[in-house]
Design a protein around this ligand. Structure first.
Ligand SMILES: [Zn+2]
Length: 130
């Protein structure tokens, strides 16, 4: 077995350590235990359907709070009742943060895996008896 000089182990250690720290911070940021609402918060503008209304000339009504919900691959817009707005939007904002953070964690997982697979291939050779 050999450790080729071209591999800068301290650089890799530093990079992996940095990724791990980021990963841990992301995980901690979503370990809040707060109640979330399923769906991405959204502001919707609408036409009312009245013939002479300003919304027919481009100035739509709104914004109205809503959720963009994905169920079994189908995108759906769910309007939020006025009385529920603050609590639902709050829960949905937390859900959105959770989802975005989860994506960042998965990206870091991929990056770490790539480095480790590369390191393995760079430092492993076949044993061929002579
Ligand atoms: Zn209108």
């Amino acid at each position: 077995m050999n450790t080729p000089d071209s591999i800068n182990l301290s650089f890799l250690k530093e990079k992996l350590s940095r990724l791990n720290t980021q990963r841990t911070n992301y995980i901690i940021s979503i370990l809040h235990g707060k109640e979330m609402v399923f769906g991405m918060p959204l502001r919707v503008y609408r036409k009312c359907g009245k013939k002479n209304c300003k919304c027919n000339r481009g100035k739509r009504h709104g914004p109205y709070p809503a959720l963009s919900v994905n169920k079994q691959g189908k995108q759906k817009i769910v309007m939020i009742k006025k009385t529920d707005t603050s609590s639902v939007m709050y829960g949905a904002e937390i859900y959105k943060h959770y989802q975005l953070t989860l994506a960042k964690i998965r990206k870091i997982d991929k990056d770490i895996n790539k480095i480790l697979v590369q390191l393995k291939s760079d430092t492993t050779s076949d044993y061929i008896p002579k």
